[in-house]
Design a protein around this ligand. Structure first.
Ligand SMILES: NC(=O)c1ccc[n+]([C@@H]2O[C@H](COP(=O)([O-])OP(=O)(O)OC[C@H]3O[C@@H](n4cnc5c(N)ncnc54)[C@H](OP(=O)(O)O)[C@@H]3O)[C@@H](O)[C@H]2O)c1
Length: 164
């Protein structure tokens, strides 16, 4: 499994249930990495998407404890065991964790690559993920040139889990 996220300088990723910034080049990067792949998200992230529907052109899995929850284009799973069972049908490299904070913080250690869009600003988030720079099990393997858009500068950084 891989993970893809946009985080600000304090590792903030969201505010008021939504994203922190509108970054078109980052949205394109997200689409290119996840198109025709399998995406995994928490119920709150699903509810932040347009129409509260799964993303088109992807296999969508949503994790919730609510046995009655349904959402268009989504397969709903209700526990970690059920999630791993469902994902076992796919190549790990095809699977992308797409949020939110609860799922990133719980599952990033099971990811091989972390695709992090690092925004060089404090955007006043109310939702945070762990600082991947402080996890000795991961190392940065690539970092793009900066992109400036809508008054914000950011980089595409890829972390990889170190070999045992
Ligand atoms: N910057 C980015 O790249 C990015 C990406 C995605 C999301 N976000 C932001 O992140 C924020 C949402 O994050 P969040 O942490 O509040 O929510 P979340 O991780 O999207 O969803 C949390 C929900 O997932 C379900 N869940 C989690 N673990 C579970 C388990 N073990 N078993 C069953 N269900 C489980 C629960 O749903 P139930 O309550 O229904 O049981 C829980 O309330 C929003 O602001 C969103 O915009 C940012």
């Amino acid at each position: 499994m891989n993970l893809i996220v946009a985080a600000d300088s304090r590792w903030g990723i969201g505010k008021n249930g939504g994203l922190l910034a509108d970054l078109p080049t980052d949205m394109k990067y997200f689409r290119e990495h996840t198109r025709n792949r399998v995406v995994v998200m928490g119920r709150r992230t699903l509810e932040s998407l347009p129409g509260k529907k799964g993303l088109p052109k992807r296999v969508n899995f949503v994790l919730t404890s609510n046995a009655d929850f349904e959402a268009e284009r989504c397969t709903v799973v209700h526990s970690e065991d059920e999630l791993w069972e469902a994902l076992s049908k796919y190549e790990p490299d095809e699977v992308f964790l797409i949020g939110g904070a609860t799922l990133y913080n719980r599952f990033y250690k099971y990811c091989d690559k972390l695709y992090v869009t690092k925004i060089d600003a404090d955007l006043g988030a109310d939702t945070f993920i762990v600082d991947f720079d402080k996890d000795p099990d991961f190392e940065i393997i690539s970092e793009s040139e900066p992109v400036t858009e809508n008054g914000l500068t950011y980089r595409f950084v890829i972390y990889k889990k170190k070999d045992d």
